[in-house]
Ligand binder design. Structure first.
Ligand SMILES: *Cc1c(COP(=O)(O)O)cnc(C)c1O
Length: 410
């Protein structure tokens, strides 16, 4: 029982690996005192746009700001409704509120855990009306519905073809929340080719929070878009509404990204494709190992149209809480993403949703557990995670009589 512990996430190793290159960024910034704006920022923006196959990228201070600026720059107005899913991190809906709009939810797909296009269709067809001025209006709030945010959760893209088709029919702005999906890909049946996350909507938001697939050494984010006017508007929003110093065309924010962070991101971006490939290999290995559980541990499903980058490796398990407690005593780090669906959070009580409104999300929240996943995870570590998981499932868990009892009395 004294096997070495396995962390949920290892952020130290990649920084040790790149220490010299990363310190050189600090030295360069100190030497030139170029802390805000300048060539490091511009270079990273070009590199990240190239990586995402978009015309433009705009570096901002966080993923939350990226979402907020993308919504405002793309034309979401105060009082509008923006449709998204309840199975996401609260930043998605915070950004909607911060843009002055209101979130409304549609449930997720049972297989992919992302927005279910059929539920979006039902929402648009049965819970919205078209006003005299040809404006789509939500029946529950009486507000104009103008945008939708599909979230590419856990590193897998939402099923974008039908979402984009519905958005076109109802003239909705699509903003991708790609904060967990740097480098994920989607095969469009309509266009018969693969697309990178962040290149399919009107604009997209990325987070470079340290634990993301591409992480800064602090807070950071970016907007990607193929529309120059949206990129230019986002650049003004991040910099007090000015395109020229002290000429404020609008009121904006202080949402710029430090040059040092963009320099760091440029260093790390060179390794992202390799790191993502490592995550995909780890995911394949887990899937192989969990096949022995005969469905008690449900591995993530990757449809043929998806190439996921496994920001998180999320399995479903009955007795999730006991399983997590068992893994904790075995020294294995886990997490829940996310334990309380957004429509049931106290912060959103005023939206008027109730338990039972989004049954797929609600059920999932009681069954999901995120297992250790990072590019440097070794196959020995994975074998131990699987061994402990399978021990628990088969009731062979040692030193946990009460848990074993509960398991076998099922
Ligand atoms: C991390 C994250 C965000 C917010 O990004 P920050 O950089 O932390 O502001 C938004 N949406 C999702 C799905 C995320 O995972």
């Amino acid at each position: 029982m004294n096997a070495p512990s396995i962390p949920f996430l290892d952020l130290a190793s990649p920084h040790r690996e790149l220490e010299n290159e990363l310190t050189a960024v600090f030295q360069e910034a100190l030497r030139t005192a170029g802390f805000i704006g300048g060539p490091m920022v511009e270079n990273f923006e070009k590199e990240f746009a190239t990586f995402c196959h978009t015309a433009r990228a705009v570096a901002v201070s966080s993923g939350t700001d990226a979402l907020r600026f993308a919504l405002i720059a793309a034309g979401v107005k105060p009082g509008d409704v923006v449709v998204t899913v309840p199975n996401t991190f609260i930043a998605t809906t915070e950004a909607i509120s911060q843009a002055g709009a209101f979130p409304e939810f549609v449930d997720i797909d049972e297989r992919t855990y992302n927005m279910d296009p059929e539920k979006l269709r039902t929402y648009l067809e049965t819970q919205c009306t078209v006003s005299d001025s040809a404006q789509l209006v939500s029946r529950r709030s009486g507000r104009r519905v103008t945008a939708v945010i599909p979230v590419h959760l856990y590193g897998q893209m939402a099923d974008m073809d039908p979402i984009l088709e519905l958005a076109e029919r109802y003239q909705l702005i699509v903003i991708e929340d790609a904060c967990q999906a740097h480098g994920a890909e989607y095969f469009s049946r309509k266009h018969e080719r693969w697309f990178k996350a962040g290149s399919m909507g009107r604009a997209a938001a990325f987070s470079f929070y340290p634990g993301k697939n591409l992480g800064a050494c602090g807070e950071a984010g970016a907007i990607t878009t193929n529309h120059a006017e949206i990129a230019d508007a986002a650049k003004m929003l991040r910099d007090h509404g000015q395109a020229k110093k002290y000429h404020h065309d609008i009121e904006g924010y202080n949402g710029r990204l430090d040059a040092i962070q963009t320099g760091i991101l440029s260093v790390k971006l060179k390794h992202l494709t390799r790191w993502n490939a490592g995550r995909r290999e780890r995911a394949d290995e887990y899937k192989r190992l969990f096949a022995a559980s005969e469905g008690v541990i449900q591995a993530p499903i990757e449809p043929s149209w998806s190439r996921a980058v496994y920001h998180l490796y999320v399995v479903r398990a009955a007795k999730r809480d006991e399983l997590m407690a068992y893994l904790k005593t075995a020294g294995i780090g886990t997490g829940i993403h996310y334990p309380i669906p957004l429509h049931l959070q106290r912060a959103y009580r005023s939206l008027g949703y109730a338990e039972g409104d989004f049954p797929v999300t609600e059920k999932l929240a009681t069954e999901i557990v995120s297992l250790p996943m990072f590019p440097q995870l070794t196959s020995q570590q994975q074998a131990r995670v699987a061994e402990e998981l399978l021990n628990f499932v088969s009731g062979r868990a040692t030193g946990h009589e009460e848990l074993v009892g509960a398991e076998s009395s099922r």
